[in-house]
Design a protein around this ligand. Structure first.
Ligand code: HEM
Length: 290
């Protein structure tokens, strides 16, 4: 045991040599994870906190952390697809899927909060709302929901605007997938593979034709077929998160307006019609009847 402990300390010293933060050290678990900062970020407006105020803060903070990691993993996957490294990209997809499952699992904890519990602290939320979650928008942008109007709500914070604008202007994950199809010999027009990435992409008949070939002959195009199905997994889990969000919201505030000023449930239900990978849905229509 003693030897093991020492080996651990040695390893931590070796690691900290290259990673140390200015004014800090990474000698302990607490230092490494900056727990002094992290565990003091749940300050409630009531002292002691209202019963479920802490729950509400923790669920949101945990979700923001998963969203941060999800965006990072999606960026890595996109880079690998651009470099034709499909197996590596699929490894990142698997991690994204596991993160999405964690995001969905958070609703289970939140759903233990009753309307009465929420009412105790709703007034302290003011006009703050998940609608202002820029971490969520970064994920939506890289997945292809390129709606620039989401940035408006952040106009007072130039750093956030710059971050969102930058990601909006990058190709989405699916844009890189289409460029990959083009490199693999599928005929896609320049308007598809070299377009203004800030604009949403609602699908294209040439891309549907390419996917039809792949779906009709999966064994001949196994990698691309597998990639497409993994994209569908991601899309479905995203939809499930949205659906669970609406259900949780309806359960707690019914059809009352949200703190962000929207109609609440009616507004959130509209997002259930959003799609990232339009072509992959169109393929389903065509495979059955085409
Ligand atoms: C009881 C808990 C919750 C309620 C009552 C609630 C309510 C709402 C409402 C009404 C909206 C629409 C905008 C508005 O008018 O405020 C909204 C948007 C949003 N909320 Fe929540 N929310 C809850 C929990 C969460 C959690 C835990 C997250 C996790 C990050 C979250 C993330 C979001 C996001 C990302 C949006 C924007 C969705 C979009 O534009 O499609 N919400 N929420």
């Amino acid at each position: 045991m003693k030897g093991e402990k020492n080996a651990g300390v040695k390893r931590s010293r070796q690691t900290s040599a290259g990673l140390g933060r200015p004014g800090g050290s990474r000698e302990t678990y607490s230092d490494f994870l900056q727990l002094d900062i992290l565990l003091n970020l749940q300050a409630t407006l009531h002292d002691p906190p209202q019963r479920d105020e802490l729950l509400f803060i923790v669920i949101h903070q945990v979700s923001e952390l998963w969203l941060k990691l999800m965006h990072h993993e999606l960026s890595e996957a996109r880079r690998e697809i651009a470099q034709d490294e499909l197996p590596q990209a699929l490894k990142h997809f698997a991690r994204v899927k596991a993160i999405q499952e964690q995001l969905i699992a958070a609703w289970k904890v939140l759903n233990t909060m009753t309307p009465a519990d929420y009412l105790e602290f709703r007034h302290v939320l003011g006009t703050s709302s998940g609608f202002q979650s820029w971490g969520y928008r970064l994920v939506e942008y890289i997945l292809g929901n390129k709606d620039a109007s989401y940035i408006d709500v952040h106009r007072r914070d130039p750093k956030i605007v710059a971050r969102l604008e930058a990601v909006l202007a990058e190709p989405s994950l699916y844009d890189e997938v289409l460029r990959l199809l083009a490199r693999r010999g599928f005929k896609l027009p320049a308007t598809v593979v070299k377009r203004d990435w800030r604009k949403p992409f609602a699908g294209h008949k040439a891309a549907v034709e390419a996917w039809l070939t792949i779906y009709r002959h999966p064994r001949d195009h196994w990698e691309l077929y597998d990639l497409a199905e993994k994209l569908m997994d991601m899309e479905m889990l995203f939809q499930r998160w949205r659906f669970d969000h609406v259900s949780a919201v309806e359960r707690v505030i019914g059809h009352q307006p949200g703190t962000g000023g929207s109609s609440g449930v009616a507004f959130l239900k509209k997002a259930l019609d959003l799609r990232f990978f339009h072509d992959l849905y169109e393929v389903r229509n065509r495979l059955i009847y085409g």
